[in-house]
Design a binder for this molecule. Structure first.
Ligand code: SUD
Ligand code: ADP
Length: 281
Protein backbone atom coordinates (compact mmCIF):
# COMPACT_ATOMS: atom_id res chain seq x y z
CA UNK A 1 0.00 0.00 0.00
CA UNK A 2 1.46 3.48 -0.85
CA UNK A 3 2.35 5.49 2.22
CA UNK A 4 0.22 8.59 2.80
CA UNK A 5 1.82 11.75 1.40
CA UNK A 6 2.40 14.25 4.18
CA UNK A 7 2.52 17.84 2.86
CA UNK A 8 5.67 19.74 3.87
CA UNK A 9 4.75 23.18 5.26
CA UNK A 10 6.24 25.94 3.13
CA UNK A 11 6.66 29.53 4.23
CA UNK A 12 6.65 31.78 1.15
CA UNK A 13 8.02 35.27 1.72
CA UNK A 14 8.20 37.88 -1.06
CA UNK A 15 11.43 39.91 -1.31
CA UNK A 16 10.21 43.09 -3.08
CA UNK A 17 12.65 45.30 -4.98
CA UNK A 18 13.81 48.33 -2.99
CA UNK A 19 13.68 51.66 -4.80
CA UNK A 20 15.38 54.82 -3.56
CA UNK A 21 12.96 57.43 -4.96
CA UNK A 22 15.36 60.05 -3.58
CA UNK A 23 18.78 59.62 -2.00
CA UNK A 24 20.91 62.41 -0.56
CA UNK A 25 24.39 61.64 0.74
CA UNK A 26 24.79 63.89 3.79
CA UNK A 27 28.22 62.93 5.16
CA UNK A 28 30.71 60.19 5.83
CA UNK A 29 31.53 58.40 9.08
CA UNK A 30 35.07 57.75 10.27
CA UNK A 31 34.72 54.08 9.25
CA UNK A 32 34.07 55.13 5.62
CA UNK A 33 30.33 54.41 5.57
CA UNK A 34 28.22 57.24 4.18
CA UNK A 35 25.34 59.00 5.90
CA UNK A 36 22.21 58.90 3.78
CA UNK A 37 18.78 60.51 3.74
CA UNK A 38 16.56 58.48 1.43
CA UNK A 39 12.90 57.99 0.56
CA UNK A 40 12.54 54.25 -0.01
CA UNK A 41 9.61 52.29 -1.44
CA UNK A 42 9.11 48.64 -2.39
CA UNK A 43 7.74 47.16 -5.62
CA UNK A 44 5.80 44.00 -6.49
CA UNK A 45 8.67 43.07 -8.81
CA UNK A 46 11.01 41.08 -6.63
CA UNK A 47 12.60 37.80 -5.60
CA UNK A 48 10.82 35.07 -3.66
CA UNK A 49 12.01 33.10 -0.65
CA UNK A 50 10.57 29.69 0.23
CA UNK A 51 11.43 28.09 3.56
CA UNK A 52 10.87 24.42 4.41
CA UNK A 53 11.74 22.66 7.66
CA UNK A 54 15.15 20.98 7.51
CA UNK A 55 18.86 21.55 8.00
CA UNK A 56 20.25 24.83 6.64
CA UNK A 57 20.63 24.65 2.84
CA UNK A 58 20.07 26.91 -0.18
CA UNK A 59 18.69 26.19 -3.65
CA UNK A 60 18.90 28.88 -6.32
CA UNK A 61 16.32 29.21 -9.06
CA UNK A 62 14.96 31.91 -11.38
CA UNK A 63 16.41 33.95 -14.27
CA UNK A 64 19.26 35.60 -12.32
CA UNK A 65 20.27 32.55 -10.23
CA UNK A 66 23.36 31.88 -12.41
CA UNK A 67 24.81 35.25 -11.30
CA UNK A 68 24.98 34.03 -7.68
CA UNK A 69 26.94 31.51 -5.63
CA UNK A 70 25.54 29.65 -2.62
CA UNK A 71 28.39 30.01 -0.11
CA UNK A 72 28.46 33.79 0.43
CA UNK A 73 24.75 34.19 -0.23
CA UNK A 74 23.02 36.70 2.01
CA UNK A 75 20.16 34.21 2.53
CA UNK A 76 22.49 31.81 4.34
CA UNK A 77 24.19 34.65 6.23
CA UNK A 78 20.76 35.87 7.37
CA UNK A 79 19.70 32.40 8.56
CA UNK A 80 22.98 31.97 10.46
CA UNK A 81 22.60 35.39 12.13
CA UNK A 82 19.06 34.41 13.25
CA UNK A 83 20.29 30.99 14.41
CA UNK A 84 17.60 29.42 12.21
CA UNK A 85 17.55 26.09 10.37
CA UNK A 86 15.62 25.83 7.11
CA UNK A 87 15.82 24.45 3.60
CA UNK A 88 15.78 27.76 1.66
CA UNK A 89 14.85 28.24 -1.99
CA UNK A 90 15.63 31.63 -3.55
CA UNK A 91 13.82 32.48 -6.79
CA UNK A 92 16.13 35.18 -8.15
CA UNK A 93 14.06 37.41 -10.43
CA UNK A 94 16.03 40.66 -9.91
CA UNK A 95 19.37 41.52 -11.51
CA UNK A 96 22.29 41.25 -9.07
CA UNK A 97 24.32 44.24 -7.78
CA UNK A 98 21.87 46.61 -9.38
CA UNK A 99 20.80 49.17 -6.75
CA UNK A 100 17.43 47.62 -5.94
CA UNK A 101 18.57 45.84 -2.81
CA UNK A 102 18.14 42.30 -4.10
CA UNK A 103 20.57 40.74 -1.63
CA UNK A 104 19.31 42.85 1.27
CA UNK A 105 15.66 42.17 0.36
CA UNK A 106 16.42 38.42 0.22
CA UNK A 107 18.16 38.52 3.60
CA UNK A 108 15.24 40.44 5.12
CA UNK A 109 12.72 37.98 3.62
CA UNK A 110 14.65 35.04 5.14
CA UNK A 111 14.54 36.80 8.54
CA UNK A 112 10.78 37.42 8.22
CA UNK A 113 10.18 33.84 7.07
CA UNK A 114 12.20 32.39 9.96
CA UNK A 115 10.24 34.63 12.35
CA UNK A 116 7.03 33.07 10.99
CA UNK A 117 8.59 29.67 11.79
CA UNK A 118 9.17 30.76 15.40
CA UNK A 119 12.73 32.15 15.34
CA UNK A 120 13.36 35.54 16.93
CA UNK A 121 14.49 38.39 14.66
CA UNK A 122 18.16 39.23 15.27
CA UNK A 123 18.80 42.44 17.23
CA UNK A 124 21.34 43.66 14.67
CA UNK A 125 20.05 42.92 11.13
CA UNK A 126 22.19 45.76 9.73
CA UNK A 127 25.22 43.48 10.21
CA UNK A 128 24.00 41.79 7.01
CA UNK A 129 24.00 45.09 5.06
CA UNK A 130 23.10 48.73 5.56
CA UNK A 131 19.87 48.26 3.58
CA UNK A 132 18.56 45.27 5.54
CA UNK A 133 16.61 47.22 8.24
CA UNK A 134 14.53 49.10 5.62
CA UNK A 135 14.02 45.87 3.65
CA UNK A 136 12.74 44.19 6.84
CA UNK A 137 10.06 46.89 7.09
CA UNK A 138 9.46 46.63 3.30
CA UNK A 139 7.05 49.58 3.18
CA UNK A 140 7.44 53.25 2.17
CA UNK A 141 9.92 54.78 4.61
CA UNK A 142 12.49 57.48 5.18
CA UNK A 143 15.90 55.90 5.81
CA UNK A 144 18.71 57.75 7.57
CA UNK A 145 22.08 57.16 9.22
CA UNK A 146 23.85 54.52 7.14
CA UNK A 147 20.48 52.77 6.91
CA UNK A 148 19.76 51.95 10.56
CA UNK A 149 17.14 54.68 11.11
CA UNK A 150 13.90 53.71 9.40
CA UNK A 151 10.72 55.79 9.75
CA UNK A 152 7.76 54.15 7.97
CA UNK A 153 5.41 56.61 6.26
CA UNK A 154 1.72 56.45 7.13
CA UNK A 155 0.23 56.87 3.64
CA UNK A 156 1.74 56.80 0.21
CA UNK A 157 0.10 57.21 -3.22
CA UNK A 158 0.06 54.33 -5.74
CA UNK A 159 2.78 54.47 -8.43
CA UNK A 160 2.99 53.05 -11.96
CA UNK A 161 6.64 52.13 -12.39
CA UNK A 162 8.99 50.71 -14.99
CA UNK A 163 12.30 49.30 -13.75
CA UNK A 164 15.13 49.07 -16.28
CA UNK A 165 18.61 47.58 -15.97
CA UNK A 166 21.07 47.78 -18.87
CA UNK A 167 22.79 44.52 -17.87
CA UNK A 168 25.71 46.01 -15.97
CA UNK A 169 26.45 45.00 -12.38
CA UNK A 170 27.98 47.92 -10.46
CA UNK A 171 29.64 47.21 -7.09
CA UNK A 172 28.22 49.61 -4.47
CA UNK A 173 31.62 50.54 -2.91
CA UNK A 174 32.91 51.67 -6.32
CA UNK A 175 30.05 54.16 -6.68
CA UNK A 176 30.49 55.62 -3.18
CA UNK A 177 34.25 55.92 -3.86
CA UNK A 178 33.54 57.94 -7.04
CA UNK A 179 31.43 60.57 -5.19
CA UNK A 180 32.80 64.06 -5.80
CA UNK A 181 30.97 65.67 -2.84
CA UNK A 182 29.73 63.93 0.31
CA UNK A 183 28.22 66.70 2.47
CA UNK A 184 24.89 67.49 0.87
CA UNK A 185 21.75 68.92 2.48
CA UNK A 186 19.22 66.41 3.84
CA UNK A 187 15.94 65.75 2.05
CA UNK A 188 13.45 68.64 2.11
CA UNK A 189 10.67 68.27 4.72
CA UNK A 190 8.30 65.43 3.83
CA UNK A 191 4.81 66.67 2.89
CA UNK A 192 1.55 64.76 3.18
CA UNK A 193 2.18 62.56 0.13
CA UNK A 194 -1.51 61.78 -0.32
CA UNK A 195 -2.14 65.43 -1.33
CA UNK A 196 -2.44 65.81 -5.14
CA UNK A 197 0.91 66.80 -6.70
CA UNK A 198 2.75 66.56 -3.36
CA UNK A 199 4.95 63.68 -4.55
CA UNK A 200 5.91 65.12 -7.99
CA UNK A 201 6.63 68.55 -6.46
CA UNK A 202 8.71 67.04 -3.66
CA UNK A 203 10.63 64.65 -5.93
CA UNK A 204 11.48 67.55 -8.26
CA UNK A 205 13.35 69.13 -5.34
CA UNK A 206 15.38 65.97 -4.62
CA UNK A 207 18.08 63.85 -6.33
CA UNK A 208 19.93 60.61 -6.17
CA UNK A 209 23.44 61.77 -5.27
CA UNK A 210 24.86 58.41 -6.39
CA UNK A 211 23.59 58.90 -9.96
CA UNK A 212 26.45 61.20 -11.11
CA UNK A 213 29.25 58.92 -9.83
CA UNK A 214 27.50 55.83 -11.24
CA UNK A 215 27.30 57.55 -14.64
CA UNK A 216 31.10 57.92 -14.65
CA UNK A 217 31.36 54.12 -14.19
CA UNK A 218 28.52 53.10 -16.52
CA UNK A 219 27.67 55.87 -19.04
CA UNK A 220 24.88 53.68 -20.49
CA UNK A 221 22.77 54.78 -17.48
CA UNK A 222 22.29 58.11 -19.30
CA UNK A 223 20.79 56.22 -22.25
CA UNK A 224 18.41 54.37 -19.92
CA UNK A 225 17.26 57.61 -18.27
CA UNK A 226 16.81 59.31 -21.65
CA UNK A 227 14.81 56.33 -22.96
CA UNK A 228 12.50 56.38 -19.92
CA UNK A 229 11.93 60.11 -20.37
CA UNK A 230 11.32 59.68 -24.11
CA UNK A 231 8.69 57.06 -23.26
CA UNK A 232 6.80 59.61 -21.15
CA UNK A 233 8.01 59.00 -17.57
CA UNK A 234 7.22 62.04 -15.41
CA UNK A 235 10.31 61.10 -13.38
CA UNK A 236 13.28 59.00 -14.52
CA UNK A 237 15.96 58.38 -11.91
CA UNK A 238 18.53 55.78 -10.86
CA UNK A 239 17.90 53.70 -7.70
CA UNK A 240 20.58 53.23 -5.02
CA UNK A 241 24.06 52.76 -6.46
CA UNK A 242 22.62 51.64 -9.83
CA UNK A 243 22.55 50.69 -12.51
CA UNK A 244 18.79 50.00 -12.30
CA UNK A 245 16.70 53.07 -13.10
CA UNK A 246 12.99 53.61 -12.56
CA UNK A 247 10.45 55.64 -14.47
CA UNK A 248 7.18 56.83 -12.93
CA UNK A 249 4.28 56.92 -15.39
CA UNK A 250 0.78 58.40 -15.35
CA UNK A 251 -0.99 55.03 -15.55
CA UNK A 252 -0.46 51.29 -16.03
CA UNK A 253 -1.06 51.42 -19.80
CA UNK A 254 1.64 54.07 -20.33
CA UNK A 255 4.03 51.99 -18.19
CA UNK A 256 3.30 48.80 -20.19
CA UNK A 257 3.91 50.55 -23.52
CA UNK A 258 7.17 52.03 -22.20
CA UNK A 259 8.43 48.69 -20.86
CA UNK A 260 7.77 47.00 -24.21
CA UNK A 261 9.80 49.71 -25.97
CA UNK A 262 12.66 49.49 -23.45
CA UNK A 263 12.88 45.70 -23.83
CA UNK A 264 13.67 46.30 -27.52
CA UNK A 265 17.00 47.86 -26.41
CA UNK A 266 17.97 44.43 -25.06
CA UNK A 267 17.68 45.72 -21.48
CA UNK A 268 15.89 44.07 -18.54
CA UNK A 269 12.62 45.97 -18.06
CA UNK A 270 9.48 45.31 -16.00
CA UNK A 271 6.33 47.23 -15.16
CA UNK A 272 5.39 47.17 -11.51
CA UNK A 273 3.51 48.95 -8.75
CA UNK A 274 4.14 49.45 -5.04
CA UNK A 275 3.95 46.25 -3.01
CA UNK A 276 1.70 45.98 0.05
CA UNK A 277 3.57 45.76 3.37
CA UNK A 278 4.43 42.22 4.57
CA UNK A 279 1.90 40.36 6.72
CA UNK A 280 2.46 41.23 10.41
CA UNK A 281 5.01 38.97 12.16
C1 SUD B 1 23.41 52.39 -1.74
C2 SUD B 1 22.21 51.71 -1.14
C3 SUD B 1 21.09 52.76 -0.92
O1 SUD B 1 19.91 52.18 -0.45
O2 SUD B 1 21.60 50.73 -1.95
P1 SUD B 1 22.13 49.66 -3.07
O3 SUD B 1 22.74 50.37 -4.19
O4 SUD B 1 23.11 48.75 -2.40
O5 SUD B 1 20.88 48.91 -3.48
C4 SUD B 1 22.56 51.11 0.24
O6 SUD B 1 22.92 52.10 1.16
C5 SUD B 1 23.62 50.06 0.24
O7 SUD B 1 23.28 49.12 1.21
P2 SUD B 1 23.94 47.66 1.22
O8 SUD B 1 24.04 47.15 -0.20
O9 SUD B 1 23.19 46.84 2.22
O10 SUD B 1 25.36 48.04 1.70
P3 SUD B 1 26.47 47.21 2.50
O11 SUD B 1 26.52 45.82 1.97
O12 SUD B 1 26.29 47.41 3.98
O13 SUD B 1 27.77 48.02 2.06
C6 SUD B 1 28.44 47.84 0.84
C7 SUD B 1 29.46 48.94 0.72
O14 SUD B 1 28.81 50.16 0.31
C8 SUD B 1 29.36 51.28 0.96
N1 SUD B 1 28.32 51.93 1.77
C9 SUD B 1 27.11 51.30 1.99
C10 SUD B 1 26.12 51.93 2.70
C11 SUD B 1 26.38 53.23 3.21
N2 SUD B 1 25.45 53.90 3.91
N3 SUD B 1 27.58 53.83 3.00
C12 SUD B 1 28.54 53.21 2.27
O15 SUD B 1 29.61 53.77 2.05
C13 SUD B 1 30.53 50.78 1.79
O16 SUD B 1 31.68 50.88 0.98
C14 SUD B 1 30.19 49.30 2.00
O17 SUD B 1 31.35 48.53 2.18
N1 ADP C 1 20.75 36.73 -2.41
C1 ADP C 1 21.54 37.61 -3.04
N2 ADP C 1 21.05 38.36 -4.03
C2 ADP C 1 21.83 39.28 -4.65
N3 ADP C 1 23.12 39.49 -4.38
C3 ADP C 1 23.66 38.75 -3.40
C4 ADP C 1 22.90 37.78 -2.69
N4 ADP C 1 23.70 37.21 -1.80
C5 ADP C 1 24.90 37.80 -1.93
N5 ADP C 1 24.90 38.72 -2.89
C6 ADP C 1 26.03 39.59 -3.28
O1 ADP C 1 25.72 40.92 -2.82
C7 ADP C 1 26.17 41.90 -3.73
C8 ADP C 1 25.15 43.03 -3.84
O2 ADP C 1 24.03 42.55 -4.55
P1 ADP C 1 22.59 43.27 -4.54
O3 ADP C 1 22.05 43.31 -3.16
O4 ADP C 1 21.76 42.62 -5.60
O5 ADP C 1 22.97 44.71 -5.03
P2 ADP C 1 22.58 46.16 -4.58
O6 ADP C 1 22.94 46.25 -3.11
O7 ADP C 1 23.37 47.07 -5.46
O8 ADP C 1 21.12 46.31 -4.81
C9 ADP C 1 26.48 41.17 -5.05
O9 ADP C 1 27.83 41.35 -5.34
C10 ADP C 1 26.16 39.70 -4.81
O10 ADP C 1 27.18 38.85 -5.25
Amino acid sequence: MPSALVPVPVVVEPAPAKLNLALHVTGRRDDGYHLLDSLVVFAWAGDEIQLRPGPLSLHLDGPFAPALTDEDNLCLRAARLAGGQADITLIKNLPVASGIGGGSADAAAVLRGLARMGHALPADPQRLGADVPVCLASRPARMRGIGEWVEPLADFPPLHLVLVNPGIAIPTPQVFAALAWRDNAPLPPLPDFTRADALPDWLAATRNDLQAPALTIAPVIADVLAALTAQGAWLARMSGSGATCFGIFADARAADIAAAALLRHGWWAVTTELAPPPAPL
